[in-house]
Design a protein around this ligand. Structure first.
Ligand code: COA
Length: 234
């Protein structure tokens, strides 16, 4: 218990250069407060005091802005920086020395029962506002970029960014992005409007040219051209 507390305090001091002392870590860090309370609610939850554990965790949420379900398994050296808006679901497993920033959700997809929250392996860093959903594993030493939404397993020592999350760095090497640009598939209706627009532009230019020349003959040439163009288009 004491060694766990020491490791949690050390995590704050190691990972936040702005933390000047143990006293400051204990008193000024909502992340550490939430984790310390979680150690107690976890015990209560495991010993059948489910309602009490939940009630305390809700009170802690009110105090710190961090909601950790009492059932979540969290090993030592866990650091939540800033904290506000962090949600950690019931069946989440967090291994040693993990760091989360504010606004991180470790949640379920809403479709599963049983183990339905992520497993976060050692030394993982999850950036501000990132969302990790479902019973997936974020491999040891990986980084989840700020704002990413991760719904598939991430291998160890990777960097995953974006929505949906994709691996951009693996074992220190850049991963070539496969850019399928699904959003750029051709839309046949839009394409048809473009063809019509181009055709109208062409005709208007011709009409303007013929009108400018003031030539009676020009108008009839224009009429002939329109007729021949429309036959081509059919
Ligand atoms: C992802 C992160 C950890 C950087 O990891 P990294 O392994 O050093 O990766 P790089 O910086 O080399 O970036 C790799 C690529 O991902 C992109 N990228 C980095 N972070 C990104 C993010 N959050 N969202 C989208 N793309 C991102 C980079 O632009 C780069 O793309 P490129 O190859 O086209 O230039 C970092 O950008 C991040 O998001 N950290 C979170 C920090 C945080 O939450 N701080 C809160 C303080 S209060």
């Amino acid at each position: 218990m004491l060694s766990q507390l020491r490791a949690d305090i050390q995590a704050v001091k190691d990972r936040d250069p702005a933390c000047p002392s143990t006293w400051s870590a204990l008193t000024n860090y909502p992340g550490l407060k939430a984790v310390r309370w979680h150690r107690r609610t976890y015990w209560l939850h495991g010993h059948g005091f489910v309602w009490l554990a939940r009630a305390i965790s809700q009170w802690v949420r009110h105090r710190t802005g961090i909601e950790i379900h009492p059932g979540a398994t969290i090993e030592e050296g866990f650091f939540i920086d800033h904290g506000m808006g962090v949600v950690i679901g019931e069946t989440t497993i967090i291994h040693r020395n993990v760091t989360l920033y504010q606004g991180v959700t470790l949640g379920g997809t809403g479709k599963e029962r049983g183990k339905r929250h992520p497993t976060i392996e050692e030394q993982v860093v999850v950036g501000v506002g990132a969302t990790v959903l479902g019973d997936i594993t974020i491999g040891r030493g990986s980084k989840v970029g700020a704002g990413a939404v991760v719904i598939h397993d991430v291998p160890p020592n990777c960097t995953v960014v974006g929505v949906p999350g994709r691996v951009v760095v693996r074992e220190g090497q850049r991963v070539e992005a496969i850019d399928l640009h699904h959003e750029d598939l051709p839309d046949p209706v839009v394409e048809m409007y473009r063809v019509l627009q181009r055709r109208m532009d062409k005709l208007e230019t011709r009409l303007a040219r013929d009108e400018a020349s003031g030539d009676e003959q020009g108008t009839s040439v224009f009429a002939d051209k329109v007729e021949s163009d429309s036959q081509e288009g059919e």
